[in-house]
Design a protein. Sequence first.
Length: 411
Amino acid sequence: MIAKLTVALINANHIVRAFGIGLMTITFPLLAATYGLHAITIGIVIGVSVFFGAVYTYAFTRSASGWGAIPFVFLSSMMFLGSAVIYFQHPAQTGLLFVAVLGFIPPVGGIFSSALEEGILAHVPDAQRTRTFAVYGMVGTAAAALGSLAAGLPHSSGLSFQTGLEILLTVYGLMSLISVLISTVLLVAHRREKDKIQDHTEPQPPIHYGRLNASHGIVYRLAALFVVDASGSGMVTTPLLVYWLHTHFGMSSTHLALLFFGEQLLEALSFPIAERLSRRLGLLNTAVLTHIPSSLLLIAVPFSSNGTFAALFLLLRGLLVEMDVPTRQSYIAAVVHPTERVEAAGVTSIGKQIGRAIGPIGGGWMLSSFGALGPFVSGGVLKIAYDLSLWYSFRHIKPGSSSNMSQTLEE
């Protein structure tokens, strides 16, 4: 089990990081456009960032079995701060590439931090796990929504693009500094808790992080399916979507900020709804039955006659698209051995990141070569194929409590 303070600090760290990434989700594609980058180049930069993010996820979650996950949460926050410094020191194409190497290009910048945090949160009591993941996702998504909204404030205030950019990068840097401070407190609290356990003043046993063993079959099957899902998402990743809405419908940064604020706010509201639905439908059924309609709405976007209809489809999709996240996270934690949860979160996250590295390159190429129909339809079809495959492959594997996990896996 983990302390309530640890859960609170992880949520706080997630909030400030998500706000910073949300801020750059709107700013990055507009910044890239001013540097003369085209859709396919933006897709490649995102792909590079996701590739390095997958490398860090693998290295950090594997190393957590020996060192624990929290020291690597601190290291991830330092990398967040490093990305802010690079934005200031190298405001050009080279700077974007350096930030990509650190794995902090939106929309999934710093995803390795989330993989570590999810692995830690998986150790809450079984009855609280889905709600814990729902809160974690809700506060992060809400913070990202506020970040997207904040990205449009300089333009709506009449400031020049350059002045507004400097303000936004300053706020991004402030968020990264706060993240370092929070993770420092988390690291100190973790060490103190560890010392208490060693001094036998705390009756609860320490959390053990182990390598994948009994759960490896389930985890790698899930990771393979997540490659498909994330490839579909990556084909219409948010920066490419912002780029398309800006160039196709002429949406300003203010309109884009309001749109993605609304979409992410609906996503945040969907997390507690998903937790309630999962009590009635089950974790897997909730994930699949809410995800398929969101993919159909994605396919409908390029058929919009104007920006208003496109925005409406995206807002409706926002209410459904993230409902699978807390239920999927809870399901993974429930079907793997307790000591293997951090690495399970890492391996499944790598599966998503591989797809997110492939998707933007293909989506950017399709958008440049064939227009919007290619990436939206292909992405939606891939995601529906993932949902059906996930349900068919895992419909007989029921979540069990940590006390009977070994028996469940053997069966």
